[in-house]
Design a protein around this ligand. Structure first.
Ligand SMILES: Nc1ncnc2c1ncn2[C@@H]1O[C@H](COP(=O)(O)OP(=O)(O)O)[C@@H](O)[C@H]1O
Ligand SMILES: [Mg+2]
Length: 327
């Protein structure tokens, strides 16, 4: 269905949401994906959960499908740069991958000076930091300015809060080998360049993103997880950016920043225990933005959706076909 048609089916979209799957005993839940790993393969189900402020804050209709299919598209566009773990995307909400040993770092790449959490570049820059992974930033940059060149600012993974780390420190601590660091960091920068070019042609700025790499059975460094989705990246509308920055306004975002701002206007989302429930109109606005991004980036690909599907049932059948379920 074309997105313009999809958006006429608001009630069906809202009731089609998949917040959790329970297809087999081996289910493991990440923040947004449900994982089914078995015999060297892993099925990653993209649910419609939206994670913000360190919690699953709401669900967004079609989010799982849009992000899964967008990621699949980017994996295909970037496999000449670095091999990836994808085997197939046999359902709009499912990618089957080779299960790899993940490198315990998030490879964050930033093209713009932005963000608001403790490890964001803007927070660190505003606190006086100037040297990042061997690059020294000038003193006169403002929030959301473009950086002189993209910066790789890795963080550790797995701990409760991400912590900034340099490649040399990560190798010293034995988190990965020096050749693994060389390979993954070069791939991250090349991927970001490719992502920036493709996004720009589609009318978007890829402001920053993060990659996850792993090592396969043969010892090769491969790209895992997801690539250039609105969960892992900031996308801004290119057209309105210069005017907005000149007026001191925030960029027009095609990611979950819209929801973050909605909450920030109404509560203290990192500290309040109870947060207001996201209204349907806000959830559907995110669906619209994600769909728009997906269509512009992929050059008009459509999201498969029909009102009489039963997503949890269909997913279970495909996971079983791929022998990914433990009963
Ligand atoms: N090919 C793969 N092999 C092993 N683990 C993977 C692979 N691809 C992704 N992962 C892991 O699967 C999880 C994806 O689910 P997600 O909801 O993003 O989790 P998280 O809460 O850790 O971000 C991540 O922990 C990621 O590191
Ligand atoms: Mg994740």
């Amino acid at each position: 269905m074309r997105s313009s048609d999809l958006l006429h089916h608001e009630r069906e979209l809202l009731s089609s949401v998949v917040a959790e799957t329970h297809c087999g005993r081996n289910r493991r839940a990440g923040k947004v994906r449900d994982l089914y790993a078995r015999a060297g393969r892993v099925g990653l189900v993209s649910t419609d959960r939206l994670s913000a402020f360190d919690r699953a804050i709401t669900t967004v209709p079609l989010k799982g499908r849009i992000l899964n299919l967008l990621s699949e598209w980017w994996f295909a566009q970037t496999r000449d740069i670095v091999p990836n773990a994808v085997l197939a995307a046999p359902h709009p909400q499912l990618t089957v991958m080779r299960e790899c040993r993940p490198l315990p770092l998030e490879f964050v790449v930033r093209g713009y000076l932005t963000g608001s959490t403790s490890t964001s570049l803007w927070t660190r820059y505003r606190a006086g930091e100037r040297d990042f992974e061997g690059h020294s930033l000038p003193d006169d940059l403002r929030k959301n300015d473009r950086l002189p060149q993209p910066l790789l600012t890795p963080t550790t993974k797995g701990s409760l809060h991400d912590e900034s780390i340099t490649g040399a420190q990560a190798v010293d601590r034995g988190l990965l080998s020096a050749p693994e660091w060389e390979r993954a960091s070069a791939a991250a920068l090349a991927l970001f360049q490719r992502g920036t070019e493709i996004a720009r042609r589609a009318g978007f700025v890829l402001a920053d993103t993060k990659y996850e790499f792993g090592v396969d059975e043969g010892g090769t460094v491969v790209l895992l997880d997801e690539v250039h989705t609105p969960d892992s990246s900031r996308f801004w509308k290119a057209e309105s950016l210069p005017g907005r920055l000149a007026r001191g306004e925030e960029p027009e975002s095609a990611d979950k920043e819209y929801l973050r701002l909605w909450y920030a206007d109404r509560c203290d989302p990192y500290h309040d225990e109870e947060l207001p429930e996201a209204p349907d109109e806000l959830r559907l606005e995110l669906t619209r933005r994600y769909l728009h991004l997906y269509e512009e980036i992929t050059g008009g690909h459509e999201i498969p959706f029909s009102v009489d599907e039963d997503p949890p049932h269909d997913l279970r059948a495909v996971l079983a076909e791929w022998d990914l379920l433990e009963e």
